[in-house]
Design a protein around this ligand. Structure first.
Ligand code: ARG
Length: 291
């Protein structure tokens, strides 16, 4: 067993008052399959409660009526426990207004705000692609985040960034095939990455828990760890045995309405307490997979 994660106790969530499927930007979305408003709110509330029950703290942000995907708070920006935030610069135009409200929230809560670009100018960065793990900030790139954004992150914050190239249309953010569990374990779904990145991933994660296709597409990799609890939208008996064997308490939360937009527990929550002090992650360099 590794050391517990040093982050995840403070989560930002967006109340789903205006969650709809207005456009299609990932293979899960269909404008013919709209979420039920009442069930949506109930499911969101059980996720919020599960985080609080696990000892976490939840900050709630109101949803912009013009931004139906804003409920996926994980993508609003990458924030650190010492008060820095890198705002997302969304790949797709319909999500870009979310950054206006997110930026105000970060500044209003004392975060020093940076960005990789805005309004389509400069590299795209979506924070669902970034996690602190091991000796670096691990960032998925390809479908949403541009490789150039990694240089920006490394230089701006003087930290080591390791890139993984995502090469699967159903796994458009790193938080779908990769979920840190503790300092050495992570849930991983290797087919999400190109061959060189799969090799790189094996070097990054000492103790991988490899998800089956079925587990990955039930969003098991999109789980939230708070202290000794893992909050999951789905957990096979096999996975439950592994996770409880590591001393974790598995809590299941039904998030079916949010799967219609292509996101689950992790997507709905943004840990704004990543420990990313340059001293702990020195380098200012970008390590990309080599073929
Ligand atoms: N409909 C959203 C999008 O495609 C889903 C975002 C899922 N969020 C995540 N962190 N993976 O942008």
């Amino acid at each position: 067993m590794g050391q517990p994660l040093g982050w995840g106790r403070r989560q930002l969530m967006v109340r789903p008052d205006h969650f709809r499927i207005d456009y299609v930007i990932n293979p899960f979305m269909s404008t013919q399959d709209q979420p039920d408003a009442e069930l949506t709110m109930k499911q969101w509330d059980s996720l919020r409660q599960a985080i609080i029950d696990a000892g976490g703290e939840v900050d709630v942000l109101a949803q912009r009526p013009d931004s139906p995907d804003m409920v996926y708070a994980m993508n609003l920006g990458l924030a650190t426990s010492d008060g820095r935030a890198m705002l997302s610069h969304m790949r797709f135009e319909p999500r870009r207004k979310e950054s206006l409200t997110a930026g105000d929230w970060f500044v209003g809560h004392g975060f020093e705000l940076r960005r990789t670009g805005s309004d389509g100018v400069g590299p795209h960065f979506e924070s669902g692609d970034a996690f602190v793990f091991g000796d670096s900030l691990v960032v998925g790139y390809g479908p949403r985040t541009d490789a150039d954004a990694l240089k920006h992150l490394a230089a701006e914050w003087d930290i080591r960034v390791r890139g993984l190239r995502i090469a699967h249309e159903g796994m458009y953010h790193l938080d779908l095939p990769f979920c840190p569990i503790d300092s050495t374990h992570a849930l991983v779904y290797p087919p999400a990455f190109d061959a060189a990145s799969q090799a790189e991933l094996a070097g990054i994660v000492p103790d991988p828990i490899v998800l089956t296709d079925e587990e990955a597409f039930a969003f098991s990799g999109n789980s939230v760890v708070v202290n000794e609890t893992i909050i999951m939208p789905a957990c096979s008996p096999r996975l439950r045995e592994i996770l409880t064997g590591l001393g974790l308490r598995v809590v299941l939360v039904d998030l079916s309405e949010f799967h219609k937009g292509g996101g689950s527990a992790r997507c709905l929550t943004n840990p704004v307490d990543f420990d990313l002090t340059p001293a702990a992650f020195p380098g200012g360099e970008v390590v990309l997979p080599t073929a």
